[in-house]
Design a protein around this ligand. Structure first.
Ligand code: NFA
Length: 101
C-alpha cells in the first residue's frame, strides 16, 4: 500500500463568542431620597455628579434607567452592593441586572 497524500474534506473552526455584558438597572421607588440615590451612583458606579443626577432623574420619571453594562459577575456584585447600601439606611432602593440583547 502506498501512502497517498489526502486533502482534508472538512475543516474545524472553533467559534469563540464574547461573554454577553449585563446591564445594571436602577429601579424607581417613592421613598429613597434623590440625593442618596445620586450619592450611591457616584460611589458605586464611579459616575460624575452630573451623570449620576441624570440617571437618577430618568429612573424617577420613567420607572427605571440603565446605569451601565459590565461582565455578569461585576454587574451582579455592583447591583447587590448598591442595593445593600440602601437597605442599611432602611430604603427600598433597588438595582437589578439583566443580560444585554
Ligand atoms: N423617586 C425618589 C424620590 O422622589 C427618587 C428615586 C429616584 C428613587 C430613582 C429611586 C430611584 N425621592
Amino acid at each position: 500500500m502506498s501512502d497517498t497524500p489526502t486533502t482534508p474534506k472538512t475543516r474545524t473552526r472553533t467559534k469563540v463568542e464574547r461573554p454577553r455584558l449585563h446591564k445594571v438597572i436602577l429601579v424607581n421607588d417613592d421613598y429613597t431620597p434623590r440625593d442618596f440615590v445620586t450619592r450611591i451612583l457616584k460611589a458605586e458606579f464611579r459616575m460624575s455628579a452630573e451623570q449620576a443626577r441624570k440617571v437618577m432623574i430618568t429612573a424617577h420619571r420613567k420607572g427605571s434607567c440603565v446605569v451601565s453594562v459590565y461582565p455578569r459577575d461585576v454587574a451582579e456584585t455592583k447591583a447587590t452592593r448598591a442595593t445593600d447600601q440602601g437597605r442599611r439606611e432602611g430604603y427600598p432602593l433597588l438595582f437589578t441586572t439583566e443580560p444585554e440583547e
